[in-house]
Ligand binder design. Structure first.
Ligand code: GLV
Ligand code: MN
Ligand code: MN
Ligand code: MN
Length: 415
């Protein structure tokens, strides 16, 4: 049995090299990344990831939703693997770190163990989850949601993007319809490393966030029907303006989130006018809306307040109807004390300053936590900025996160 290498570091330059190399898949002129899930750019980074995992001695399987699993055998094949990883897709104007850092750091853990000749007791399994971002197909965290049984595979395969392309067609187009049944990959536990995507670690000058909880999320699709008519000749009292109604809803969302204090956020992120023209009163508007809170009771209050506000706004607008459909709901997540403890101990053992955290962003780890022991590691990103091409993180912080991932995994898997 090999001895536990208490200070073994990952190869920082190799990790950083893979971050820069993979940022070329979907690189944007402003220095960000556009790698929408199941796009050709996604195919390229997936092919790269598969080849890199195989070169590191792993066996790669793909399931029917394109979730990817790279298995590194352990000494005790009767144990389920310790999972580590994140996602390779990005927002339409995303950065070089959101998602891929967790997957590349997981690959780096495998490479470091190979270099050091260390075999773990439990096997390890590096994962890439399909469509974490949710910007091409809803819901976000789709692959891991189906993996834990929150949605059927058929339901997910039929989801359409804005062009009407289904998940099934998009998977076929990039050759990532795998043979493994969704949910069949066993895990003993799962650890996800991610940039914080918020300002706390940077402001407090802490290196590692030990993530203990995740915010609950509700997503809505909204549809407002008024009536299109002439902008010059329709008197103000006779108008049935869908966009003016929409503007009241946007302000209501902001007011509701503010009312519930710092542990609540609300966003209207998308809007389309059906037949926009500068001299036509908008008759049809479609929009999205979301609320988040780490507290179940606040999330429920946000939902109730939003429903009441929509009813009141619609009642005050003669001839305009507002329909709201809740398309996704995820209760707040509470991570596993043992995995949280392993992360904290790893950070302490390596001498990194750390603090407990709540995740503001959604992560595949939230879904997985309903079926297995899970926790997350955060590292800081510049100005707390994410979902933006200017998203940035330092080599030192990414390396620290990968080192904590390595030692958390060693402690959970056993050496
Ligand atoms: C996905 O990145 C989300 O948190 O919405
Ligand atoms: Mn992410
Ligand atoms: Mn994201
Ligand atoms: Mn996310």
């Amino acid at each position: 049995m090999s001895e536990k290498p208490s200070n073994l570091p990952v190869n920082s330059d190799r990790l950083w090299g893979t971050i820069l190399e993979t940022a070329a898949f979907g690189a944007t002129p402003k220095g960000g990344v556009r790698r929408l899930t199941l796009s050709q750019e996604d195919r390229k980074v997936r092919d790269w990831f598969k080849a890199a995992c195989e070169a590191a001695g792993c066996t790669v399987t793909v399931d029917a939703l394109g979730n990817m699993f790279a298995l590194r055998p352990g000494r005790d094949p009767s144990r389920a693997p310790i999972g580590l990883g994140s996602h390779l897709d990005t927002q339409p104007t995303g950065g070089k770190f959101d998602g891929i850092l967790g997957t590349l750091a997981a690959l780096e853990v495998v490479r470091t163990l190979n270099d050091a000749g260390i075999e773990t007791e439990a096997p390890l399994c590096v994962a890439n989850w399909t469509n974490e971002e949710g910007s091409r197909f809803a819901p976000a965290m789709m692959g891991s949601a189906a993996f834990v049984g929150d949605f059927t595979v058929e339901n997910i395969l039929g989801r359409k993007d804005a062009e009407g392309v289904t998940v099934k067609e998009a998977l076929e187009a990039i050759g990532y319809v795998g043979a493994a049944p969704v949910g069949s990959q066993p895990f003993e536990a799962f650890v996800e490393l991610h940039i914080e995507q918020g300002p706390i670690l940077e402001a407090e000058n802490k290196t590692i966030g030990v993530v203990e909880h995740g915010q609950g999320i509700v997503w809505y699709d909204g549809h407002i029907t008024g009536f299109e008519s002439h902008a010059g000749s329709t008197p103000m009292p006779l108008r049935r303006d869908a966009l003016a109604t929409f503007s009241q809803i946007v302000l209501a969302v902001e007011a509701i989130a503010r009312k519930h204090g710092p542990d609540a956020v609300g966003t209207v992120g998308e809007v389309t006018i059906a037949n926009p023209s500068r001299n036509v009163i908008p008759g049809e508007v479609n929009f999205t809306c979301e609320f988040r809170s780490p507290h179940a009771e606040i999330l429920k209050a946000l939902e109730a307040d939003f429903a009441a506000a929509v009813t009141e706004i619609a009642a005050g607008r003669k001839g305009v109807t507002v329909e709201i459909e809740q398309v996704w709901r995820k209760d707040p997540t509470h991570f596993d004390p043992k995995v949280i403890g392993a992360i904290r101990e790893a950070a302490e053992g390596l001498g990194y300053s750390n603090r407990p955290m709540v995740s503001g962003a959604g992560h595949d780890a939230f879904n997985l936590a309903t079926r297995m022991p899970v926790a997350m590691i955060f590292v800081s990103c510049k100005d707390g900025l994410s979902h933006n091409e200017l998203e940035d993180a330092t080599q030192a912080d990414c390396t620290a996160g990968a080192n904590v991932l390595l030692h958390t995994v060693l402690s959970l898997a056993g050496v």
